[in-house]
Design a binder for this molecule. Structure first.
Ligand SMILES: C[S@@+](CC[C@H](N)C(=O)[O-])C[C@H]1O[C@@H](n2cnc3c(N)ncnc32)[C@H](O)[C@@H]1O
Length: 346
């Protein structure tokens, strides 16, 4: 079962970082970012340290507020957030044409929420690739509870350099994860290498849309809030991801920003003007309660020093995401399916 209580939130805070070192890790993490004088090149050069610090610091908050799947979803009217998240995972499995027995790779798998859902939905064996040790430990425990620990596993490695032979997987997917790559072409080339010829890679990418104006100060601030709040070196524009996919060798079968046709905006759960009992912890009231609870837990020593600062940059993330969504300059669901040709001449 996913960690749900306040004490679980406090005990997991900091992930693999020693509790006494959480505050200095927060300091170091913040300094990578623009509002603290950090630069894109430094974030890219140190992406492993930056991204791992980020996920050690936030995983417990994510699990507390969001559940086991750490991603957004397009949503129909009358559908709950949880239902929309599962449907988004099923859609991916269908687009990839997953069949029982397929060997599938989940790139940047978090604690494995999508991996378990997709494995159970499609009777496939899914390997979760992740560079964060704490998340893998959580994922393994949750796989045992879900009964998929014999068919699904985790590998700790960097998706820029994967420890798999070439032509190994029947399908590869990435859900809101490859946005952490310092270089999209390098990352997609690794995916291309490990995928069998004729098979597909599908992803939901975090992107700035074509409405993003890099010379607009308000747009720049939204982009930088999204970066600091989400452990990102640089949010790419949709066209950069599409170009990268082609440069890596893929034939593009489908590409679309799924946010455009979503009847309920993907950012609604984080919008302060919205209230929902089923995703109460994400609402303005729920977040205020979490903020005060973390303050109290930090004060009495149950949560490490620095926990409130983590909550504060996650709040910045939420604001950046909602503003980016409302202005149509950002999407967390630029979707594409790319096929590895049967031969290099195809
Ligand atoms: C927003 S989370 C999404 C997790 C998961 N796909 C989900 O939807 O629940 C991004 C994930 O990418 C992983 N990640 C980031 N950079 C990585 C890298 N260089 N190599 C492997 N995994 C990475 C993070 O550790 C995290 O698990």
């Amino acid at each position: 079962m996913s960690k749900a209580g306040a004490l679980d939130l406090a005990s997991g805070l900091g992930g693999k970082i020693a509790k006494d070192d959480v505050l200095s890790a927060v300091d170091k993490y913040e300094k990578y970012h623009v509002c603290y004088g950090g630069e894109e090149e430094e974030r890219k050069a140190n992406y492993t340290d930056m991204v791992n610090k980020y996920y050690d610091l936030v995983t417990s908050f994510y699990e507390y507020g969001w559940g086991e799947s750490f991603h957004f979803a397009p949503r129909w009217k009358g559908e709950s957030l949880r239902e929309s998240i599962k449907r988004h995972e099923h859609f991916l499995a269908l687009q990839l044409g997953l069949r029982p027995g397929h060997k599938v790779l989940d790139v940047g798998c978090g604690i494995g929420g999508p991996l378990r859902e997709i494995a159970q939905f499609s009777f496939t064996s899914v390997t979760g690739l992740n560079n964060n040790e704490y998340q893998i430990a959580r994922g393994k425990a949750l796989n045992r509870v879900a009964g998929v620990d014999r068919t699904c596993d985790f590998v700790k490695a960097d998706f820029m350099n994967m420890p798999f032979p070439e032509n190994h997987f029947d399908a590869v997917y990435a859900i809101e994860a490859t946005c952490h790559a310092p270089d999209a072409v390098g990352c997609y080339k690794e995916i291309f290498r490990v995928l069998k010829p004729g098979q597909c890679f599908a992803a939901y990418e975090w992107c700035m849309t074509e409405s993003y104006d890099p010379s607009n100060a308000e747009h720049q601030k939204i982009k930088s809030d999204i970066e600091i709040g989400n452990g990102l070196p640089d949010v790419r524009v949709t066209t950069q991801c599409l170009d990268a996919l082609k440069k890596a060798g893929f034939e593009v079968l489908f590409e679309k920003d799924l946010a455009v046709d979503s009847p309920v905006p993907w950012y609604l759960p984080l919008d302060k003007s919205h209230f929902s009992l089923s995703s109460f912890r994400l609402t303005a009231v729920g977040r205020m309660i979490t903020k005060n609870m973390v303050k109290a837990l930090e004060y009495v020593g149950l949560a490490p020093q620095g926990s409130q600062r983590v909550q504060a940059f996650l709040e910045k993330a939420a604001e950046g995401l909602v503003d980016g969504g409302k202005k149509d300059i950002f999407t967390p669901m630029y979707f594409f399916v790319g096929r590895k040709p049967l031969s290099s001449s195809q």
